[in-house]
Write a protein that binds this ligand. Sequence first.
Ligand code: HEC
Ligand code: HEC
Length: 266
Amino acid sequence: MHCNGESRRVAVHPRARAGLVALAVVAVSCVVSQTTPPVQPSLPATLPIDPPSARRGALVYERNCVACHGDRGDGRGISAPYLVPKPRNFVSAVYKCRLTPTGSLPLPSDLRRTIDNGSHATAMPGWKVLGDAQVDDVIEYIRSFSPRWEKEKVSTPVDLPPETADTAESRVHGRAVYEHLLCGSCHGPRGEGNGPAVPTLHDESGAPIVPFDFTSARQLRCGAEPIDLYRTFVTGLDGTPMPSYAGQMKPDEGWDLVHYLMSLRH
Ligand code: HEC
Ligand code: HEC
């Protein structure tokens, strides 16, 4: 987040906004003024774990999560051998769905989004039924498995620019961006998930992984709104071969790409 006029054009989507709000809570105060030059806020420090909340979260975890994610949080619960993809390892704390740059920890609001909604086409169900308070507590508990949360600074969320008009011209240009960035090497020339690199692709657990088929009705893992697709190729899906394309396209080109991909969906 930058404390200048730019930041107010950013992330109009509520999910994206949730991430920014979470950061704002931990961010040191930052004065926005149109007349002053852009001020870089000093990055907030780490996000310390709240012990009472984590203790309550341990009970939620033992009841609902331990069978898959394991009592040490390493993703090796009793059900894990039967699951592909494997349950997330909270010790290495490498997460797919984030508003933060590749290689960094997610925001707690990113974890909340996945825990509420689940991860489609995997064993990970959605947990909205637990209610906000229990989900907050279980987030504190799963963070406590990894020392990274005590050591690493809170990451600045990526800038997601406002959506441009979804026109035929935008889609045609989006296809050119798709070809230029070689998305087709994995996702296939027509986005069907059948590119030439597919046989070589594995996730961090070593299991083969299939790139998304944009022509299918399959649900996306990290959200199905246009802004979710944009976030995916800016941040990458860590722990998978899906890379980050941050800085590799202009904001408008990113939206052209989203419009092209959405036009392939059934
Ligand atoms: C039936 C098995 C199962 C249960 C129960 C389960 N999970 Fe998961 N979870 C998974 C799998 C499998 C994945 C990996 C999904 C993927 O790679 O897309 C996952 C992924 C996650 C992620 C990572 C999302 C990301 O962005 O990488 C979080 C966070 C998570 N689970 C939290 C929880 C919490 C909290 C609970 C309990 C309230 C829970 N899970 C219960 C199987 C389970
Ligand atoms: C090296 C291979 C590779 C390349 C190149 C690649 N992807 Fe992916 N992509 C993947 C894999 C693998 C997945 C599936 C990850 C998963 O299921 O967890 C994926 C998933 C996705 C998803 C779905 C995310 C979700 O929420 O389910 C989107 C969107 C996406 N890629 C967009 C792109 C775009 C746009 C490009 C080019 C700019 C691109 N990818 C290039 C491998 C690749």
